[in-house]
Design a protein around this ligand. Structure first.
Ligand SMILES: CC(=O)N[C@H](C=O)[C@@H](O)[C@H](O)[C@H](O)CO
Ligand SMILES: CC(=O)C(=O)O
Length: 308
């Protein structure tokens, strides 16, 4: 595989824009890319994941979205990672081949979660069958046990992984088990793998353990402030980094109490960016107008350090 640019910093887990009648809204993506780059200083995206309602889309829709992100992101984005996980192997493989064909910078796969792998070997066997369909494309395991119910520890999964998956590049780690995360990074002394953290409200703790970056839904609209947290951390100004984490956390703590998921993320992004993200797809239902008003008021009330 050709040497590649390392993925660093923030990765926005993209929202899938939809029309009021529930179709994917591709023309919005052009504007969305410019917004992430210019307003949020976020130049990496993770497409068709949880936030993108990837598992609620048809294969055809997922391919169209992947193509649109690649096309609009050309010369503007640094990394476009496409999530190709699905409940069945042939669809994962088809999406992996498609992502490779359109030049994706990486692919990611969640554990199948109807029939679940019950141990590391079963999980790795599944991932291997997907990764091998895109032999030139860096592969990320997307660990999100709260949603998949697959709790295989990642530090265990890493043992011998390169022999089975030569393209293995790293993990998108969306779990609160910081012991597992720490042991992964401890084992990765040569730095051959990347760890991208996926629980935005505790990113600072993961930075302290040495993660390379983060993938999350909030970087769509709090990317600028979270980037300032990363900068403060890099300068060892922990008091300032904590301020940013406390304040992004204040917002998330508030909305989580109201009920916060992808539908609400779509509504918050629409109201912050002005880009019409549209409704979510069933089984998700649109956020209430009461939620939208309260969330916006909370966000507007936050006073960021240094008047940012
Ligand atoms: C379950 C889920 O959607 N997790 C996202 C990424 O993994 C996060 O970005 C969260 O949306 C975020 O941390 C807010 O809770
Ligand atoms: C948060 C994330 O990474 C996802 O939406 O897939």
């Amino acid at each position: 595989m050709a040497p590649r640019k390392k993925l660093k910093g923030l990765v926005a887990a993209t929202i899938t824009p939809m029309t009021p009648d529930g179709k994917i809204n591709l023309p919005v993506i052009h504007q969305y890319v410019d917004y992430l780059v210019n307003e949020q200083n976020v130049k990496n995206v993770f497409v068709n994941g949880t936030t993108g309602e990837g598992l609620s889309l048809s294969i055809q829709e997922r391919k169209q979205l992947a193509e649109e992100w690649m096309c609009q992101g050309k010369d503007k984005l640094d990394h476009v990672i496409i999530h190709v996980g699905a409940l069945n192997l042939p669809e994962c493989q088809e999406l992996a081949r498609h992502a490779a064909a359109i030049g994706a910078d990486g692919i990611a796969v969640i554990a199948p979660f109807f029939f679940k792998p019950t141990n590391k070997d079963e999980l790795v066997a599944f991932l291997q069958k997907v990764a091998s369909e895109a032999p030139e494309v860096p592969f990320y395991y997307y660990h999100i046990p709260p949603l998949t119910g697959v709790k295989v520890r990642v530090e265990e999964l890493l043992d011998g992984i390169k022999a089975q998956i030569p393209t293995f590049q790293g993990v998108k780690f969306s779990d609160t088990d910081l012991l597992d995360l720490a042991q992964c990074i401890h084992k990765n002394e040569t730095g051959e793998f990347e760890f991208l953290y996926g629980v935005d409200e505790q990113l600072l703790s993961a930075l302290a353990l040495g993660v390379n970056g983060a993938v999350g839904s909030t970087y769509n609209y709090l990317g600028r402030q979270t980037n300032l947290m990363l900068q403060a951390f890099a300068k060892l100004d922990f008091a300032l980094a904590q301020q940013y984490q406390f304040l992004t956390g204040e917002f998330l703590n508030f909305v989580i109490k109201l009920g916060f998921g992808v539908a609400q993320t779509k509504a918050v992004m629409t109201s912050v960016s002005g880009i019409p993200m549209g409704p979510p797809r069933l089984p998700l239902v649109a956020a209430s107008s009461e939620f939208i008003i309260k969330a916006k008021a909370k966000l507007d009330s936050i006073v960021w350090p240094n008047g940012d």
